[in-house]
Design a protein around this ligand. Structure first.
Ligand SMILES: Nc1ncnc2c1ncn2[C@@H]1O[C@H](COP(=O)(O)OP(=O)(O)OP(=O)(O)O)[C@@H](O)[C@H]1O
Length: 274
């Protein structure tokens, strides 16, 4: 067992023991728009059921990295390997159509602005049902039933099933976006600041829900956030970025309780002063 696994809670240790290869692995990955803008020579591994938080200052390359990891931005060099139970593929060796299919079948992508991940002129139920139809479901009754179940799971009243997302509050839209992503049971979910732009109380409710879903569905998640409290609540591991470089990484509680790099220390102390 790796050092990392021995330091995780027993359920996570068991999960890591069962698996030999990472669900997602980035090797020597680089995408620089200009010196210091993007990220460079980055390596990471994510295992099944594990939550990795990527934190760092604005402009440090977090979103660019998330896009490259999730198959939405071809890097200048390096590889991103996704290993499902059936096969192991380098995302950027696939054709565009193959990559799109893999993303649809295996990944969830939760955007900071929910309307970027929803169809605003399609009903809430339709937003969830559409993903099921893309996955091959054809029975209207089943699709509606699953949509209702998912609305309930994300705490949206079933009476809103035929309403358009644009009539929802920001928090509800974000919960609907999460339902749309999770209805097809992806193994891996990428989230970019999922609680950004929401009121504090709405954020807290959404975080509780995310924590519950991540644990119940044993999701692997890569979450970008500038909020260390979000990282602490959701993540097993954390990666701290500054100007396109990973300056520190490790178990989330350990890094946040005992930061070694001066920049991580600054991030942690600035939260304590708030
Ligand atoms: N398409 C692009 N073309 C040129 N430069 C870009 C592009 N996208 C991002 N950048 C630059 O790359 C750097 C990293 O951007 P990125 O959005 O990845 O950072 P971030 O850490 O996610 O920031 P934030 O927390 O503000 O979202 C920034 O300096 C940004 O201006």
């Amino acid at each position: 067992m790796t050092n990392l696994a021995t330091q995780l809670p027993p359920t996570k240790q068991a999960l890591l023991l069962e698996q030999h290869e990472a669900l997602l692995e980035a090797c020597n990955l680089s995408m620089l728009y200009a010196p210091g803008k993007g990220f460079e020579a980055l390596n990471l591994q994510l295992y099944r059921g594990e939550v990795l938080a990527i934190v760092g200052e604005s402009g440090s390359g977090k979103t660019t990295l998330l896009k490259a990891l999730s198959g939405r931005l071809t890097p200048q060099s390096g590889s991103v390997t996704f290993s499902s139970e059936q096969h192991s593929v380098d995302l950027y060796q696939l054709s565009e159509a193959q990559r799109r299919r893999l993303i649809r079948e295996h990944f969830g992508i939760v955007h900071q602005h929910p309307l970027d991940g929803l169809r605003p002129m399609v009903s809430a139920g339709g937003n969830i049902g559409e993903r099921l139809m893309e996955a091959g479901c054809r029975h209207y009754g089943d699709i509606r039933k699953q949509a209702l179940n998912w609305l309930k799971a994300v705490e949206i009243d079933s009476s809103r099933i035929d309403d358009l997302p644009i009539t929802f509050s920001g928090g509800m839209q974000q919960r609907l976006q999460i339902a749309r992503n999770l209805v097809t049971h992806p193994q891996l979910v990428f989230m970019d600041e999922p609680t950004g732009g929401l009121d504090v109380s709405v954020q807290a409710r959404l975080l509780d829900l995310l924590r519950k879903l991540v644990s119940e569905l044993q999701l692997a998640v890569v979450i970008v956030t500038h909020d260390l409290a979000v990282a602490r609540l959701l993540a097993d591991r954390i990666m701290v970025m500054k100007q396109g470089q990973v300056v520190e990484s490790g178990l989330c509680d350990q890094v946040l309780d005992d930061p070694h790099h001066a920049y991580t220390q600054l991030l942690v102390s600035s939260v304590l002063q708030q």
